[in-house]
Design a protein around this ligand. Structure first.
Ligand code: NAD
Ligand code: GLY
Length: 355
């Protein structure tokens, strides 16, 4: 399987996708970083499955290591756990020539990445993503962050890893919920820039997870290549990178209105993509038939497509587009057709009539 490169000049880095890579982390770390000590950060679901295997690979490569196992889940992505990590890194005598391994999903990747960005003013880190969402999205592109009580990802940095090591076989142990979370993002890449990927998903979706896993190398490769291309052109998220938010404006509004206690993130994104595409097709901004094709794929994946019973005014206020944004131009990501998107400038009335 070829290595994908995120082309960021001196900060360019490789993303390897390879079955069984979890057992070769040590060899890759040695090749990438030389002789150093590795601080592994993981969570209590991932540790029993994969920590020993990563440690054994580091032993085999003759690399020293220490590890910390944090509680799983979004609440771990917080300042208190970041501070806990600084204690762990000090106790492990981590120096500027050492490195962190983030072993887990997006929560661990974002938190460990922020620790790497800030400890000793920045040390190297390797992402070893183990969820579908982390493999196709969060481990690539250098956005690292923790949440504050006031909102998600409010303290963070752009800090690129030294490498991403992605083992598709780790997805076999994911629960169905988290598998579906990642699938929402996978469909998004097909929609915004890769019609061939979309067609592959259409072919596999009726066969369920097993059929999708049979094509997982291709699926991961296409999604990661798409993200790497976007990040290389717009690392700081001032233009093109916004296209990755397709479906997210409505999706996030639904998640907020449901107090993160209703639809899961991937489901909310799926529904957000369906709703915006119906809206823009109805207004002649999207090629006829696009919404029906998207909805057929989402239905085959058992993803929701209809808004839950939340008043439109609540959704619009959750988007921050009511009084705060009145009179301001909004940038909305919409599809021209499957595989092609653009950033459309609209006013705050754009989302009215979405139900
Ligand atoms: P997560 O890290 O909480 O992982 C999901 C669950 O799966 C956890 O319970 C975890 O313990 C478990 N798990 C992980 N790998 C497993 C495996 N192989 N087998 C069994 N269980 C496993 O969540 P996530 O969905 O991976 O990531 C969500 C986070 O990612 C959010 O905090 C979000 O803000 C962030 N995110 C960041 C970016 C970015 O660009 N940095 C992009 C998208 C999302
Ligand atoms: N997940 C959006 C981004 O990386 O920009």
């Amino acid at each position: 399987m070829p290595t994908i490169t995120v082309s960021l000049g001196e900060r360019a880095y490789p993303i390897r996708i390879e079955a069984g890579l979890i057992d070769r982390v040590g060899a890759h770390a040695r090749q990438l970083l030389g002789d150093c000590s590795l601080a592994i950060i993981t969570d209590d679901n991932v540790a029993p499955l994969y920590l020993q295997r990563v440690e054994a690979s580091l032993d085999a490569a003759g690399l020293r290591h220490s590890s910390i196992v944090l509680p799983h889940g979004e609440p771990t992505k917080c300042l208190a756990q970041l501070s806990n990590l600084y204690d762990f890194l000090c106790e492990s005598h981590v120096t500027r020539t050492d490195a962190i391994i983030a072993l887990g999903g997006g929560v661990i990747g974002d938190l460990a990445g922020l620790a790497a960005a800030t400890f000793l003013r920045g040390i190297r880190f390797i992402q070893v993503p183990t969820t579908l969402l982390a493999q196709v999205d969060s481990s690539v592109g250098g956005k690292v962050a923790v949440d504050l009580p006031q909102g998600k990802n409010l303290v963070g940095a752009f800090y690129q890893p030294a490498a991403v090591l992605c083992d598709p076989l780790t997805l076999n142990t994911l629960t169905e919920d988290y598998w579906r979370d990642g699938l929402g993002e996978v469909v998004k890449y097909g929609c915004i820039c890769d019609e061939e990927l979309f067609a592959l998903l259409e072919k596999c979706a009726p066969g369920g997870r097993q059929a999708l896993m049979a094509e997982i190398d291709t699926i991961l490769q296409r999604c990661i290549q798409a993200k790497a291309d976007v990040v290389a052109q717009d690392e700081r998220d001032t233009g093109l990178r916004m296209t990755l938010n397709f479906g997210h404006t409505i999706g996030h509004a639904v998640e907020t209105c449901q107090h993160y206690n209703g639809l899961r993130h991937g489901e909310a994104v799926a529904l957000g993509m369906a709703v915006i595409t119906r809206l823009t097709e109805g207004r002649g901004l999207t090629a006829p038939g696009t919404a029906a094709r998207l909805e057929a794929l989402l239905a085959a994946l058992h993803m929701p497509m209809e808004l839950p019973p939340i008043p439109e005014s609540d959704l619009i206020s959750a988007m921050g587009m009511d009084k705060k944004a009145a009179g301001k131009a909004l940038r909305v990501i919409l599809l021209d057709a499957i595989g092609q998107c653009r950033i459309h400038t609209a006013d705050t009335d754009f989302f009215r009539g979405m139900r």
